[in-house]
Design a protein around this ligand. Structure first.
Ligand code: LLP
Length: 423
């Protein structure tokens, strides 16, 4: 169930009034629902229960410590891509032996840090990385657990900037090299082959790309076992879709139906790395209208959230539903269809870039200075991709639990903006 509902003409997060929170903490403000975060995680866990999966929440989607702590308490594991993310996971109290570490450019410092913390496995993305991990493990007198990240050459049919599993992307190693690479790991006393990893992109709204990569994974596992390799893990990465518009994404159950049979046949442990599908619809960004202007035959709604807060529309032309917190027109089913009383508007921010917009030519009710707007599906790849561009301060983050709420990141001050600079 969607935790963000309009009741008596205004938007609530669970039982807390969005306008009351915005008044108390100012805008822009990020508001998250605890129940949504927990339920999305549980739904994935339950959908895949037949193979007792290890769900490694992809920290990059939203790395707020309180959110990591919450998921850790639920029994979630973690997927990290930097020393910083590993540090966060540790600070959240998580058991680092449940952490998978991906990324094409792991530095010596990061590899050492991961080995010190006895992570579950490195998702290794190149041959030089295998060499580096082996060298550092040898220095530390350890054996490093690795999974080979293979590029399955499967088209996830998503945005070009978030496709990762097609030949020619920078991620992983060519699929055809799995034998040669596995042999190399086997011959190395400082490396242990745990399994294989694939991540085809994000968001993938359909199940077929997962069926294709799960089938490829099964075939590889069989081949490697025949050659005497221990290959006990299949990690199919993240990328499950999100309902940004309506119900365009497959459900956890539907993804499970195509993946589970291959994993059972392979007799492997399954790891998954969902981020967006857990955090995305658990969060909104609320902003306040600063001015409305009509120029060049267009209506511009200028509000106080910008590309520095939520960069996805500027970066990927992403679609986010946006609607007033106290609307004069009830929110439609289809936010892109023409709607009476809702002439098109560009919803833009104050940053000095033409690409600073949250929505373009969107049917939108009349609003005025001071009105609050909610941008939905902002829980994943929102705050984590935000910046201080134009020396703008990032807003408060609040976690709602029923009728209660707490600040999980305070609004930045002007002093914060210069805190690390030296004159
Ligand atoms: N595993 C790996 C290896 C990944 O590269 C990613 C995402 C994930 C897991 C998590 O994918 P998710 O379940 O969250 O879709 N900034 C973009 C998304 C970039 C995703 C990068 N990798 C966006 O805002 O759409």
């Amino acid at each position: 169930m969607d935790p963000f509902q309009y009741q008596d003409g205004e938007l609530f997060c669970e039982q807390v009034s969005v306008s009351a929170l915005s008044q108390e903490f100012g805008t822009p403000i990020w508001i998250y629902s605890k129940s949504k975060l927990v339920n999305e995680y549980r739904q994935i866990q339950e959908a895949f229960a037949a193979v007792d999966p290890v769900i490694c929440y992809s920290v990059k989607a939203n790395s707020n410590l309180s959110i990591l702590k919450l998921l850790n308490e639920e029994g979630c594991s973690f997927d990290v891509v930097s020393g910083g993310e590993l540090f966060r996971v540790r600070e959240a109290g998580a058991d680092t032996t449940k952490v998978a570490f991906a990324g094409v450019g792991k530095t010596d410092e990061e590899i050492r840090f991961a080995l010190e913390n006895d992570i579950l496995m490195f998702n290794v993305e190149s041959e030089p990385e295998l060499d580096a991990i082996s060298r550092i493990a040898a220095e530390m007198g350890k054996v490093a657990p690795v999974a080979l990240r293979l590029n399955p050459d499967v088209d996830g049919k998503t945005h070009a900037k978030t496709t990762t599993g097609k030949k020619g992307n920078k991620f992983g190693m060519d699929f055809e090299r799995h034998n040669e690479l596995a042999d190399k790991v086997l011959a190395d006393p400082y490396l242990e082959l745990r399994g294989i990893h694939m991540h085809i992109g994000s968001p993938i709204n359909t199940t077929d790309p997962y069926r294709q990569s799960a089938e490829k994974a099964l075939n590889i596992v069989r081949e490697l076992r025949k050659k005497g390799h221990q290959t006990n893990w299949i990690n199919l990465g993240g990328g499950f879709g999100l309902n940004y518009r309506g119900d365009e994404a497959a459900t956890a159950q539907e993804y499970a139906e195509v993946i589970v049979p291959f994993v059972q046949e392979a007799e492997c442990r399954l790891a998954l790395e969902p981020g967006r599908s857990i955090a995305g619809n658990a969060g909104i960004l609320v902003s306040e209208v600063v001015f409305v202007k009509h120029e060049g035959g267009k209506r511009f709604v200028i509000q106080d959230a910008a590309m520095n807060d939520l960069v996805r529309p500027a970066m990927y032309d992403s679609f986010h539903k946006i609607w007033p917190v106290k609307p004069s027109v009830a929110p439609p089913k289809d936010f892109e269809a023409e709607l009476e009383g809702c002439p098109p508007a560009d919803i833009v921010g104050p940053v000095c870039e033409s690409c600073d917009y949250l929505a373009k030519s969107r049917p939108f009710p009349e609003v005025q200075r001071g009105d609050l707007l909610a941008t939905f599906s902002a829980g994943a790849y929102g705050t984590v991709m935000s910046s201080n561009y134009n020396s703008r301060r990032r807003g408060t983050e609040v976690l709602v639990d029923g009728s209660e709420y707490k600040v999980i990141r305070r609004k930045e001050t002007y002093e914060d903006l210069i805190a690390h600079e030296r004159v």
